[in-house]
Design a protein around this ligand. Structure first.
Ligand code: DAH
Length: 338
């Protein structure tokens, strides 16, 4: 039996050496080590051996199985290396890779982050609210009369439930005051929606940044100081800012803010950059009713609010002439902001 086992080993090793591919090698493995393989069959003969022979032959069978297995593994590795080498033949692996553009932040994200950083210096923290809103949060609580055109179905996206897509971030003023006692000093960047025709300066989905500061003695001077600081930090120390009287239902007095800006290749001109004003006492009254307390009693608190378009801010910042570029995801446009 010893001889038979020695023969099996010799034959197995030469068959392994001769195997020209992985498939062939697998066939060799099955022929010798498989269930009906020659070594397996030989092992079955153990049962007929004498007590003295059993351990000797058993040992021999083990070392043989081990030797064949090792030879199979080694040959398998060599065949694998050969296959790998063949698959990259003719390819110059030392050539440098093509440059990979790692991507960059969207211009809107860049202005938004910048605005947040500046306003944080003034003590504002971030607040948020839902984009699907109630008419109460979007209009009623903000002192917007029932017949105001902004409420019109021609201007606002309504759901069958009566809810709507918020038309401005001013909703977050209401949400914040409902949930938090004064003083509050918050900013809320976010998306807004209006039924606008798409053109160079309008998209039905756009972005605003709202600000609200309420405390026991907030004055118009605080509003002007804060927003002048903001626009100078945003557009440069020399930037001139003016406050033009205007009307918003939720502020009194109200202003539009213009900044004197020089866009690329143009003469400096006044550009409207935000709406703002002192929170209308009627808004505080609504908040008191909603909260069921008098923390926002207009005799106790005053406040200012402002709202600016972030898309517009980005367009001014980089002289972008068409708002649609901000949503088209054209890499040639976006990669300029890397
Ligand atoms: N919500 C206004 C709009 O979308 C912008 C605005 C104006 C916000 C005056 C304010 C404000 O907070 O005080 O047109």
């Amino acid at each position: 039996m010893k001889e038979e086992i020695a023969n099996i080993q010799t034959e197995a090793l030469s068959a392994i050496a001769a195997a020209a591919g992985e498939q062939e090698l697998e066939e060799v493995r099955i022929a010798f080590l498989g269930k009906k393989g020659r070594l397996t069959v030989a092992s079955a003969g153990m049962k007929d051996l004498s007590k003295d022979d059993k351990p000797v032959i058993g040992q021999l069978l083990n070392t043989t199985r081990y030797a064949i297995t090792e030879a199979l593994d080694t040959k398998g590795g060599i065949l694998q290396d050969d296959a790998d080498a063949a698959s990259v033949e003719g390819i110059d692996l030392s050539l440098p890779a093509l440059p990979l553009h790692p991507g960059n932040l969207h211009p809107l994200t860049l202005v938004k982050d910048r605005a947040i950083t500046i306003l944080r210096q003034l003590g504002f923290s971030l607040a948020e609210g839902p984009e699907i809103e109630t008419e109460f949060h979007c209009f009623d609580a903000l002192n917007t009369p029932a017949e105001h055109p902004a409420r019109n179905e021609k201007d606002t996206f309504y759901f069958d439930s009566g809810k709507l897509l918020r038309t401005h971030t001013s909703t977050v003023q209401v949400r914040t005051m409902e949930n938090q006692a004064p003083p509050v000093r918050v900013i809320a960047p976010g998306s807004c929606y209006r039924r606008d025709e798409v053109d160079k300066t309008h998209l039905p989905a756009f972005n605003q940044l709202e600000g609200l500061y309420v405390d026991s003695d907030v004055q118009v001077g605080d509003l002007k100081g804060a927003l002048e600081f903001f626009y100078r930090a945003m557009f440069g120390e020399e930037t001139k800012v003016r406050f033009r009287p205007h009307f918003f239902p939720f502020t009194e007095p109200s202003f539009e803010i213009d900044a004197l800006l020089k866009l690329k290749g143009e003469e400096p001109k006044w550009i409207e950059v935000a709406g703002c004003g002192m929170v209308d006492p009627a808004v505080f009254d609504e908040i008191c009713k909603a909260r069921g307390d008098d923390f926002y009693d207009p005799d106790k608190v005053t406040g200012y609010a402002f709202g600016m378009g972030l898309d517009r801010l980005a367009m001014i910042q980089w002289g972008i002439k068409d708002i649609r570029l901000l949503i088209e995801n054209d890499a040639r446009f976006l990669s300029q902001f890397a």
